[in-house]
Design a protein around this ligand. Sequence first.
Ligand code: UDP
Ligand code: MG
Length: 331
Amino acid sequence: MSRPAPLLALVVPCCNEEAALPGTMDALADVLAACKAQGLIQEGSYALYVDDGSTDRTWELLEQRHAADPFCRAVKFAANAGHQNAVWAGMLTARQGGADCIISLDADLQDDIAAIPEMLGQYAQGCEIVYGVRHDRSTDTPFKRRTAQMFYAFMRWLRIPLIPDHADYRLVSRPVLEVLDGIREQGLFLRGLFPTLGFKSGKVCYERRSRSAGQSKYPLRKMLSFAWQGITACSAAPLRLSGLMSFLLMLLAMGYSGVALFKYAQGETIPGWTSLMLVVLFLGSVQLLCLALLGEYLAKIFGEVKNRPRYIVEKILSRPDENCESPPREH
Ligand code: UDP
Ligand code: MG
């Protein structure tokens, strides 16, 4: 069953993108016009630029463009709030504006816009989320490639469901946007959040290009802090590490206490050594055990504070006489 053509909003976070924006705005207007001509999207679809506290001429360019281009809408943040918040704001603004689906993409055209019709095709077939996945990472530096591989392997080890080689190029449909509207968590890591929501999803492979103009806004320091944000936003495993350590240390302490007592019985120790060893080993393990307990409760608070929906209702089959017109989407 194919869906009708959606009202599409392209969500584009921009932070100091004056160099890349003119080309990007032209390219996005072209792709919207082409999709409209093919009947893939509705009249009135648009590109929504979110100016994330730029200090260059980004907003000026957006204002000029808005006056002349029916495809251009824009939101300006009072201060830089970060890429993830900019995408979030764009998604919720588009939802309020009545969009049936959004596609988030970078302002530097690294996400190949030729993949947009295929994403819309999968939406038409019923996918609620379509992930843009990079074919290869040849445009990344070897360092970035290697560190990204390590990151994905580590996230897999922590059992965090990530789509490998997917960043923030994705189509999200209205039912999913409705759910997002109810999520209040602060430290966002969108690529870790979406796979946990469920919904029918698809993937579209594309070739990641090099930046059209300007400089990357993710230097090494920011990249590392983003990776750490990803780990800590999606998992309480690092908190639980002290539990594992206390268990291992307890085993070691028990073994070594036996050795110390045996040596004492053999008379091989100087006075005070055995009692000192026993106290040190005992205290060390008890302290780690207490930390582990604290970590466990902290992990629970972490989950509660996030306040994510316990389940998400996607569809309900009911009889006409039942009053299920607006089912609760989340609980
Ligand atoms: N960006 C943003 N706020 C920030 C940093 C980046 O809105 O604080 C935007 C940026 O303008 C771009 C996208 O996020 O549209 C991705 O950033 P960038 O291309 O610099 O990252 P890279 O592709 O180098 O990882
Ligand atoms: Mg980029």
